[in-house]
Design a protein around this ligand. Structure first.
Ligand code: 5GP
Ligand code: MN
Length: 336
């Protein structure tokens, strides 16, 4: 047996019980809602559409549901495939990349939680499903969906399932930025996806060769406002709703800004504030190097995420919120 086959077998064995339970539920269902989190990212939409396509191929009536808002490339290429609300009853609700009920969206009260399967890789997941497969061994939910399909002997030929899942995986692992020795699975799973027909160049072009002039102008504005605090350990910047209106681009996606902020020498944490003064709302996104856990900071405001990528939406006044965020960050930095 090749090394990759041995590793795959180990994973299938480790999770065999939960994979069997999930497969059983899928077999017994016809109408299946596949739900993701609000403000979906690449892992969320790719996992949803990959799974829906696979379920359709094996004869199920599966529907992808996501409330949005879709931004950047997700608006351009993915949004059209989704329903925005739950308007029917389903035999089964598979909820992907969602750490808690609230993050599923405003329609979560229409979900029959006795019929739910949650598949997620967030450490902050509160196991709100009937069946929960939650493991932070995986860098992306797409890896889990792929492993599930392998365990079901899904035939990946002549369909886009592997491509959707590879797009999703590479989006969450930042094209292998977040690989660590204990998270080698991304390497194995992406290899298997490519073996099953996916093309990493297609994923790359989708993510990195798709900017509009408006994106670049907003990006430039965010970079002009870049500030450094705590001896260069923390970089931060902001954009407002007004900025987005000025450049007529409400769908700005923050990946570009984070890539630049995290490329600065000595940086440990980047913070990006998206300010909506009219609504008195601020979306705060965090990225960090491996040695600072920003999910703690996000969680202290009621949000969540991962050690190196986290976020939260808060109501309040910018200067006040900024002060609180920086104080929390300072405390965490002192401990590292
Ligand atoms: P982003 O900065 O891309 O919006 O989010 C980064 C990570 O933080 C993602 O994994 C996302 O799931 C998580 N995240 C962002 N906003 C929230 C939030 O309001 N609540 C929770 N629980 N997680 C969030
Ligand atoms: Mn994810």
């Amino acid at each position: 047996m090749t090394k990759s086959k041995i590793l795959l077998k180990e994973i299938l064995d480790e999770f065999s019980q939960i994979l069997n339970r999930i497969t059983e539920q899928i077999k017994n269902a016809n109408n299946i809602a596949v739900i993701g989190h609000v403000n979906p990212d690449g892992d969320c939409v790719g996992s949803q559409l990959g799974l829906v396509l696979a379920l359709n191929k094996i004869g199920k009536n599966a529907i992808p549901i996501n409330e949005g808002k879709f931004k950047g490339i997700y608006k351009e290429y993915y949004e059209k495939h989704f329903e925005k609300d739950i308007t029917n009853e389903y035999d089964l609700y598979i909820i992907l990349d969602v750490p808690n009920k609230d993050r599923a969206g405003g329609f979560s009260n229409k979900i029959d939680f006795q019929k739910t399967i949650v598949i997620d890789h967030h450490i902050t997941n509160d196991n709100f499903g009937k069946i929960n497969w939650v493991s932070d061994k995986f860098i992306a939910t797409a890896e889990m969906v792929f492993i599930l399909l392998i365990s079901m002997d899904f035939d990946f030929k002549e369909c886009e399932v592997s491509q959707y899942l590879l797009n999703a995986l590479l989006s969450d692992n930042g094209f292998f930025q977040h690989i660590r020795n204990d998270k080698y699975l991304s390497l194995l799973v992406s290899y298997l996806m490519i073996e099953n027909g996916a093309d990493s160049k297609i994923s790359y072009d989708l993510m990195f060769s798709n900017n509009s002039i408006e994106t670049e102008k907003l990006f430039a504005l965010a970079l002009q406002r870049l500030s450094s605090i705590y001896d260069g350990n923390v970089m931060w910047t902001y954009l407002t709703e007004e900025d987005k209106k000025k450049f007529d681009y409400p769908n700005f996606e923050s990946g570009l800004v984070f890539r630049e902020m995290m490329s600065i020498r000595g940086v440990k944490v980047s913070v990006f504030f998206k300010i909506d003064e009219e609504q008195n709302k601020i979306d705060i996104s965090f990225r960090s190097t491996d040695d600072v856990d920003v999910s703690q900071v996000a969680a202290s405001f009621g949000g969540g995420g991962h050690k190196v990528a986290a976020g939260v939406s808060v109501n309040g006044e910018f200067l006040d919120i900024k002060k609180q965020v920086f104080e929390k960050l300072e405390k965490i930095l002192q401990k590292t």
